[in-house]
Design a protein around this ligand. Structure first.
Ligand code: 5GP
Ligand code: MG
Length: 178
């Protein structure tokens, strides 16, 4: 795996496709165990977590239902600190077990907003799964029940994550060269 160029920036390999797949399989196994006998609603936060969600639900072996919601907070390589809900929920979450799937938790604004939104519909439970977590960037108290990898405060792309809409299709994760 060599360096790649996206728009004006260079990125270097960070997490291989194999290590991501191994971690996703492990998370799927844990969730299968924790939600045994239930039919949770997996809530995919678009756009970034579409690939992670697709792999995760296939590693879960549960009768999951999948919903999509979309927020916007990022512009370029830094968070704007403002969250806008662009696309809302289709189904009623009352008394449902909800598993929120995020690609990455950075400041925690997005997850905090999503949680606030969801609580209004009185779900039976809500847990958060995020492939990546940047502990040093976290500024909100958010539940981080299931985390794939904790990473430093670098900007990353691939496996669903973009840099100005490019790079989502990469099977591995790359980080911005400093
Ligand atoms: P937060 O609201 O926690 O600050 O940011 C969460 C969202 O910001 C993620 O869903 C993701 O879309 C975006 N984000 C945060 N860090 C990164 C990063 O390193 N790379 C990319 N591509 N997006 C990021
Ligand atoms: Mg996102």
């Amino acid at each position: 795996m060599g360096d790649i160029q996206i728009h004006d920036k260079s990125f270097e390999p960070y997490l291989t496709a194999e290590s991501i797949q191994q971690r996703v399989a492990a998370l799927g196994k844990t969730l299968s165990h924790d939600y045994e006998g239930r039919s949770p609603i997996v809530l995919c936060i678009l756009n970034g977590s579409f690939i992670f969600t697709a792999d995760l639900v296939r590693a879960m072996h549960l009768p999951v239902r999948i919903e999509f919601v979309r927020y916007s907070s990022y512009s370029g390589t830094s968070s704007t600190g403002q969250i806008t809900q662009i696309m809302g929920l289709k189904s009623d979450l009352k008394d449902e077990h909800v598993i929120i799937v995020e690609d990455i938790i950075d400041t925690g604004f997005t997850i905090a907003s999503a949680l606030r939104d969801l609580q209004k519909s009185n779900p039976a439970s809500v847990k958060v799964v995020s492939l990546l977590l940047k502990p040093d960037a976290l500024r909100h108290e958010v539940p981080t029940d299931y985390i794939g990898f904790e990473i430093p405060n670098d900007f990353v792309v691939g496996y669903g994550l973009d840099y100005d809409e490019l790079g989502r299709d990469l099977p591995a994760i790359y980080r911005l060269k400093g």
